[in-house]
Design a protein around this ligand. Structure first.
Ligand SMILES: CSC[C@H]1O[C@H](OP(=O)(O)O)[C@H](O)[C@@H]1O
Length: 350
């Protein structure tokens, strides 16, 4: 029996429009917004109404279709030029998670041989649906691979939300927790609140509680105390972009967890699909880190918590160097070293 019965789907395509679970309303309200255009999808991505690297890739895929569907020319070259502009408009929504660009570029590539505009439009829609349907199986494979590193009775710490609502279903870092529960394992989690947008407090603690998985919420500055005083078997997080050498961009605050994990000699795992691996860049130094609005730091909702005009830093991600990562867990398997060779081999096998 799946633990996900109480977790709504992140995205629902009805053949004409995209219903997006508004993650900014969670955990207090389950609200879907209907995206009828590319611009609707792009806005939902920017506002984090849909968030999570795989989920924004899937949303962008549907967004591309919603855009190209209304292109009126019957000239394939004109269609391709406009499609490229739509793709770039979507990709510009958020720069760090490679899944967004990966999904959109894949649809353009798959439709590049179409002999007519109508055929190209059909391929883009069909392939967007295929990506969506394939993602759940990918997340379950990641979860099964991650379970080989855990055990019945394990306690894991996670950061941000790399859960079911950040993907199609199951999640990446949270996939092993859902699968462990389905296998009847006793497994528990610690979830950091994840300032400034509270994906951990609002989303992960809600997702795991709804799934019947014991979860303890802590503030981001309590992790040192936790690892010093409690038994934590592993830290497992998601990813937004993994470079050829295994450096990994993930939610801001991940780097310090990796440093603490290494100090306390606790395994630090990254769980992500192959679509999060960007073999085109060698190291994390080349990853563009999204800088978000100052209000996310100076306010909690409508409540101002900092003085007017204060200088603010708000990078949405940081980069964990590969030497602090115990293993990267994907649907293809678990990698602990020689990342570039493995990623290249997997890319050639695709
Ligand atoms: C499987 S979600 C991956 C990744 O995406 C999240 O970022 P955001 O909430 O800003 O979209 C977070 O870094 C997760 O670990």
């Amino acid at each position: 029996m799946t633990t996900l019965q109480q977790i709504p789907e992140s995205l629902q395509w009805n053949g004409e429009t995209l219903n997006i679970l508004d993650q900014t309303k969670l955990p207090l309200e389950i609200v879907y917004i209907e995206a009828t255009s590319l611009q609707d999808v792009r806005e939902a991505i920017v506002k984090l109404q849909v968030r999570g690297a795989p989920a924004i890739g899937l949303a962008a895929a549907y967004g591309l279709y919603l855009g190209v569907r209304d292109i009126e020319t019957d000239k394939i070259e004109e269609f391709r030029e406009q499609s490229r502009r739509f793709a770039d408009e979507l990709i510009s929504a958020r720069p760090t998670a490679v899944n967004l660009a990966w999904a959109v570029e894949k649809l353009l590539q798959l439709s590049s041989d179409a002999q007519s505009v109508a055929e190209a439009k059909f391929i883009i829609m069909e392939e967007a649906i295929k990506l969506h349907l394939a993602d759940e199986a990918t997340c379950k494979e990641i979860g099964e691979n991650a379970l080989t590193l855990l055990h019945d009775g394990a306690a894991v710490l996670t950061h941000c939300n790399a859960g079911s609502i950040a993907t199609s279903r199951y999640g990446t870092a949270l996939a092993p927790l859902h699968l462990a529960k389905e296998k009847g394992w006793e497994i528990s989690a610690f979830a950091t609140e994840t300032r400034p947008v509270f994906q951990g407090a609002r989303l992960t603690s809600w997702e795991l509680k709804q799934s019947g998985i014991p979860v303890t919420l802590l503030t981001d500055n309590m992790v040192g105390y936790l690892l010093q005083n409690k038994k934590v078997d592993a830290i497992i997080v998601g990813a937004d972009r993994i470079t050829a050498n295994g450096d990994t961009a993930n939610k801001i605050g991940t780097l310090q967890l990796a440093i603490l994990a290494n100090y306390y000699q606790i395994p630090f795992y990254v769980a992500a699909p192959l679509s999060t691996i960007d073999i085109s860049i060698e190291t994390g130094k080349e990853i563009v880190i999204e800088q978000r609005d100052r209000s996310e730091v100076t306010n909690i909702g409508d409540l101002q918590i900092a003085p007017d005009g204060i200088d603010v830093l708000n990078p949405a991600f940081d980069v964990t160097p590969n030497e602090l990562i115990t293993a990267i867990i994907t649907e293809n398997g678990i990698v602990t070293s020689n990342y570039r060779e493995t990623f290249l081999r997997w890319g050639n096998e695709e």
